[in-house]
Structure formats: C-alpha cells, structure tokens
Design a protein around this ligand. Structure first.
Ligand code: PMP
Length: 414
C-alpha cells in the first residue's frame, strides 16, 4: 500500500484504549513521551491477560487436564502469531525470553561462547545499546575474540564505508541495532547483514526500537538472529523474543537447562526437546505470551505502516519545534526515512536530569540519562541527553507541551 492510501490514525479513539493516559499530576494531564523505555498497555492486552488468569491459568507443556491444554495451546499460538508478525518461517524460529537483553545473552552464550576464539572478531556499532555492547564485550573477553566498532558520522548515521572496512574474513559476528534508542537513526540493516554474509559472518540485529514502530520482516532483512521486547510494543513486561534461523538454532547448544527443554534424561546424560522449547526451560511467561499475542493483534489492527507514519510525523514535528531553539542540540539524522519515532537532545547549560525534572513538574514524562549507551554519549561529548519518544497515542499538542516545558526550563536556568 502506498503512503497516500493510508488513512491517518484515529488517535483519539486509540487513546480511549489506554486509560493510564487520563492520569493527571497536580492538575496537569500526563504527557507520556517515554515510549522508547516502555509503551503503555491497551485494554485488549490487559483483558487478554486477565482472561487467562480468570479462566485458564495453568502450567503449559501439555498437562493432561483441560486448563493445561488450553494454556499450552495459547502459549504455542503466541509463538505462531509473533512468527507471522515478523515474517519468520514458523514457531520453531521464535524463542520467548524475558526481554531483548536476554535474547542477546542467549545467542552470545549459546553461539559465542562455543564458536568464538582468538583471531575472531565481533563487529558492533558505536550506537549499540549496552544489552549488546556489554554482552559481546564479555563474551569476547572470555573467548579471546576482539571487538571492533563501526563509526558513526557527524550527523549520527552509521558510516557504511567504515562497516565495509571493519567487517573482514576474520569477522564471526556482526551485531547491530536496527533503530538507535539514543539517536533515532534507522540503520541500513539488510546492507549490513549482506556485508556480514559476504565474509561468512553471522548477523544479530537488535530490533528493540524497530519492531514496535515499523513493519519488520526478518526474512527480507536476512538476519540470522533478531531480538525485541514485548513491553516496548504495547505488550507486557517479562517477555521478549529471540528470532533465529531454524538451521542455526538447530545447531546451537542450549543456554539455560532444566525442565521443559529436554527430550530424555538419564542419570548420565540428557537430550533436548525440539525448537523452540529447547531454549525455554522452566515455567515460561505464559500470561505474558498471551498478552504479547494480543499486542500483536492490536498493532496489526492499526497497521504497522500507519504506526510508522504516525510516529515519524510526530518525531519530525518535535524535531522541527526543538530545532527552533538556538541553544538546543538535537542528536541523530534530520527527519526522514532514516529517523525513527524519537528525538534525543540537550538544552545548553541545563543538565538533562534537571530538564526532565522540570518537564515532570508539567507532567511531561521524558527520559534523561545515558540511555544505556555510555560509549555513544562519550563520543557525542556529553554525559547525558534528554529523550522524547513517541507512540501511537501521542499528539502534536503533546509535543507543544514538551516545547513549552523546554522554554520554562530555559527561563528558570537563564
Ligand atoms: N536495545 C535497545 C535498542 C533498546 O532500546 C533497549 C531498551 N532500552 C534494549 C536493547 C533493552 O531492552 P530490554 O530492557 O527490554 O531488555
């Protein structure tokens, strides 16, 4: 469908599904612009999870009784729904984890610890979240592999020429963020994956800020592994997804061991269950899987192209309004297809934490800090930044409130 065919979002209608947005603080209505940290949960998701607890709460792994059968089916179907949502080839390729961070660790431990060694290189980008950066750093240290970083350009894009220099035949893994949670940059991930594959390396893509906000097709990207979190896409906390190509997952050793992931156990040895259960030991996040299924239904009901268009529109408006201030520095690319639905910035002479605190006095919720990208902040030459991030329920009026609060902060500190 072309962009012109898309009806704009019925934001007022959508807001009715999120009662939390009606909260006020000291008479000011909440303006929630911290969606890159966590999005809110619409009524159909809360309802699906309550229904699970009210009617069929039970452990999975196909117990003999009715409730366990129902819970098992719901849990398995959630994998199918997520697989379909991101273009995977089936539930075997969808492992439920706790979050994106655990998905990174799963692959780093299962694959990295066994496959990496001295002389191997892991190539990351300077805009990686700590979830990927710290994890690969540690696994590299333990295996003797080296870590290299693809530079960012002055305007916060990935330097693809530098990526071509960094990725060589010694590269074993390229791990890159799809959309930067600090700069908002949308990276050319299929290009990176192609470069990795040309050198016989694997590619892990961190989609924590991509899957919630735009259509993602893991097959089209050709990523070997791809991770995201439920709580950033209108779903519950406590559940994340690690997609992996079936043939790769089949060759990986499990990362966590225990019940539910085995086929046969003797006092001497054990064999593993089929995919994806081999990577999901113990009692999994069942209610959360039901909630994630409902979140996917909710987002698809809106349409991911429309979600993207709405967020890009709001982010572009915020960028333009903030760019009117001479003393505001905005990070990352200008509005356009290379910027996602968030804006990171700093107001000269006001620490980002103070700015967030003044915003909070106006009931405007933003995030301030290093956003789990400390090395990137070092590179930007700042200790912290403020970040406004948008979702399907945000409006331009809310951006105006953000801008008013920035003006207020500036008057206070001038
Ligand atoms: N990667 C990126 C790009 C993120 O924005 C985040 C969350 N801030 C994560 C990974 C980690 O997500 P989680 O905390 O859900 O594991």
């Amino acid at each position: 469908m072309s962009q012109q065919d898309l009806e704009p979002l019925d934001v007022e209608g959508i807001r009715e599904d999120f009662p939390i947005l009606d909260r006020s603080f000291d008479g000011e209505r909440l303006v929630y612009l911290d969606n890159a940290a966590t999005t809110h949960t619409p009524e159909p998701v809360v309802e699906a999870m309550s229904d699970y607890y009210r009617r069929y709460n039970s452990n999975v792994h196909r117990g003999i009784h009715h409730l366990s059968q129902e819970a098992s089916i719901a849990y398995e179907e959630a994998h199918d729904r997520v697989a379909e949502f991101v273009g995977a080839d089936g539930r075997e390729e969808i492992i439920f984890t706790k979050n994106t961070t655990e998905a990174e660790n799963l692959i780093a431990y299962s694959w990295g610890l066994n496959e990496l060694g001295p002389g191997d290189e892991v190539v990351l980008t300077e805009m990686e979240h700590h979830a990927s950066l710290v994890t690969w750093q540690q696994i590299a240290r333990r295996t003797g592999a080296d870590v290299k970083y693809v530079r960012i350009t002055e305007d916060g894009r990935l330097d693809v020429d530098h990526a071509r220099e960094c990725i060589t035949d010694d590269t074993a893994m390229v791990s890159a963020v799809h959309v930067s949670n600090t700069l908002g940059t949308v990276n050319p991930v299929s290009e990176l994956v192609d470069i990795a594959h040309d050198h016989g390396a694997l590619a892990f893509i961190d989609g924590a800020q991509a899957v919630p906000n735009r259509p993602v097709d893991v097959n089209a990207i050709d990523a070997d592994f791809y991770a995201f979190s439920g709580h950033k896409m209108a779903g519950p906390t406590g559940i994340g997804v690690c997609y992996g190509k079936r043939e790769l997952l089949e060759g990986l050793a499990p990362y966590l061991y225990g019940g539910g992931m085995i086929r046969k156990v003797t006092f001497e040895e054990s064999t593993w269950a089929e995919l994806p259960w081999r990577f999901e030991p113990g009692t999994p996040p069942i209610a959360e899987a039901v909630g994630l299924h409902a979140a996917v239904d909710y987002l698809e009901g809106i349409g991911m192209e429309r979600v993207r268009e709405h967020e890009e529109g709001i982010a572009a408006y915020a960028y333009e309004r903030l760019a009117e201030f001479d003393d505001v520095e905005i990070y990352g690319p200008e509005p356009g297809p290379e910027r996602g639905g968030l804006v990171g910035f700093n107001l000269e002479s006001v620490h980002a934490h103070d700015l967030a605190s003044i915003m909070n006095d106006h009931a405007v919720a933003i995030r301030a800090g290093d956003h789990c990208t400390q090395p990137l902040h070092d590179k930007l030459g700042v200790a912290a930044s403020a970040r406004a991030s948008f979702y399907v329920y945000n409006t331009r009026e809310e951006v105006d409130k953000l801008v008013e609060a920035v003006e207020d902060a500036r008057d206070l500190f001038a």
